[in-house]
Design a protein around this ligand. Structure first.
Ligand code: NAD
Length: 262
């Protein structure tokens, strides 16, 4: 089996990553950054997000597991003192795969630039650089509302515990193939009206966000921030691809929610 260990880059994560590499090589597993079967991220959830984005072109062939060197992460759920156990699991047992849904984001432009396609493990957000965001929100081809406010957040079920949660969105179990749209401080008065509640959209219900005015937008996809001066629309839906996590022991989602937040 081929593996890659991705470190957050701080001193503790680098030392732990090297220990994991040494152990895995002692078990005659092969390091291969190009085409790993398993990627072990060492750091926090942000490190796992980076690892995921490094391998979005081969999600069918790469599984992920996260070790946290700070506080318990949502994706990074192995502790540093458990790495020997983890390495033995990786080397000796065929691991179980748990698949989670992803968000597909397609950004189209007002100029000749080709469209850009991204996959998000957590979410995509859109804001303006200055002033309120004014966007038509279409669902399955029909105008649903015109949103005015700070921004919109479209998240995956596993990302529902991240930015989405801070916006009052629901926590969704990642076995549900859906995406959630949450508002950031919508303007609601006699003139402007939005639904005001987070929406959960099933597979194949595409959400299309169309700016009402030419503006410069700030779009985030997980930890990446994009500047979009020529954006015509952002299309979001449940992606065909899924992320695969290697599971070596049961750690049910609701237990993870409880341990992280309660
Ligand atoms: P960061 O260093 O700002 O950390 C963000 C925090 O979010 C960390 O504590 C991380 O453990 C946690 N986190 C990430 N994914 C999570 C998930 N799926 N469930 C629960 N917690 C999660 O940024 P980063 O580490 O580069 O992570 C980027 C993420 O930060 C974005 O995808 C977004 O979800 C999150 N974020 C949250 C807020 C907010 O809650 N107000 C604002 C901006 C970004």
């Amino acid at each position: 089996m081929k593996f890659h260990v991705r470190s957050r880059g701080d001193h503790d994560s680098n030392i732990l990553s090297q220990r994991i590499r040494n152990y895995l090589e002692e078990f005659e597993l092969q390091p291969d950054e190009e085409e790993p079967d398993i990627v072990i991220s060492v750091g926090g959830d942000g490190t796992l997000l980076e690892a995921f984005h490094q391998y979005t072109h081969r999600l069918d062939h790469t599984a992920f597991v996260g070790v946290h060197t700070g506080h318990l992460g949502f994706y990074a759920d192995w502790k540093p003192d458990e790495v020997e156990k983890l390495v033995i699991h990786i080397a000796k047992t065929p691991f179980k795969i748990v698949e989670y849904p992803l968000l597909e984001v397609i950004i189209r432009h007002t100029n000749e630039e080709p469209e850009d396609r991204y996959l998000a493990l957590n979410e995509c957000t859109v804001k303006t650089k200055v002033g309120s965001l004014v966007m038509d929100v279409e669902i399955k081809g029909d105008l649903f509302e015109t949103f005015r406010g700070d921004g919109l957040c479209l998240s995956t079920p596993s990302g529902s515990t991240a930015y989405n949660k801070a916006l009052g969105g629901a926590i969704l179990h990642p076995s549900l193939p859906c995406i959630q749209m949450a508002e950031m401080a919508s303007i609601n008065n006699r003139v402007y009206r939005t639904v005001g509640s987070p929406l959960v959209l099933p597979q194949h219900h595409t959400c299309l966000l169309k700016p009402r005015y030419h503006d410069e937008f700030q779009v985030t996809v997980d930890h990446y921030t994009l500047s979009e001066p020529e954006m015509k629309s952002i299309q979001c839906r449940v992606a065909d691809e899924r992320v695969r996590f290697a599971r070596f022991r049961p750690f049910p989602f609701w237990k993870r929610v409880k341990e992280s937040f309660i």
